[in-house]
Design a protein around this ligand. Sequence first.
Ligand code: MG
Ligand code: MG
Length: 276
Amino acid sequence: MIHIKTNQEIEVMRKSALLVSATHTEVAKMLRPGITTLSIDKMAETFIRDNGGVPSFKGYNGFRYTLCISVNEVVVHGFPGAYELKDGDIISVDCGVYMNGYHGDSAYTFAIGNVQPEVLQLLRVTRDSVFKGAEQAHDNNRVGDISYAVEQYCSKLHPYGVVRDLVGHGIGKKLHEDPQVPNYGRRGDGKRLKEGMVLAIEPMINLGTREVYTLDDGWTVVTKDGKASAHFEHTVAVRKNRGETLSSFVDIEAAERANPELNSSHYDAPATVTEM
Ligand code: MG
Ligand code: MG
């Protein structure tokens, strides 16, 4: 069942989503070679709780951490741990916050130092595809219009693998609500969108094959060919003419640019899509 939110509920959700974004901003400030992914997770949990939220993922189906941290060929749902980041890594950070009865959910992929240009381009395209999808999140469109926009943007000009085994989702009082929001599909297919629906749009895009598999730990999803994967996500409210992003990348990107250990050169090219 799809829950339509009132404007008042959406304002509450915006606070949860923006605390997720603020958490990513703190992550952006601390990233550097040599830091363990577990220390990033611990900082994030403290930051979220200090700001009145609860980590949405901790305890979710037995997940033990605040963040999903997915390095290089890990697509999503990686465990924070003893791994120390190194020059040339990319790190996808997925975060959810529950506050005042509602969840926010957003993901961002960072590049540490000397990352290959083809991988940097993957990050840029994946990030921008979130906004291409969000543009379609308007009244009377269908879920397939979002899916199609994301897939076309990622795969039309690039030989990328658009992951099909994992999808975006509705979000609200529960972290995962109806409808599912695939990153592939056909225009005009799927559930009709209505103003007040809130969706997590989250393309997972691979440098190589779209095929993925899950490790024996039951969570960690990796690319079948071992090539890099990027993941960006926004919580988006369906509005009359275009989706409205409730989470924001603006402060994350500023922190990314200010951190000399991070590579943000892929954002030097002019933006073709913007937050709304
Ligand atoms: Mg997420
Ligand atoms: Mg999500």
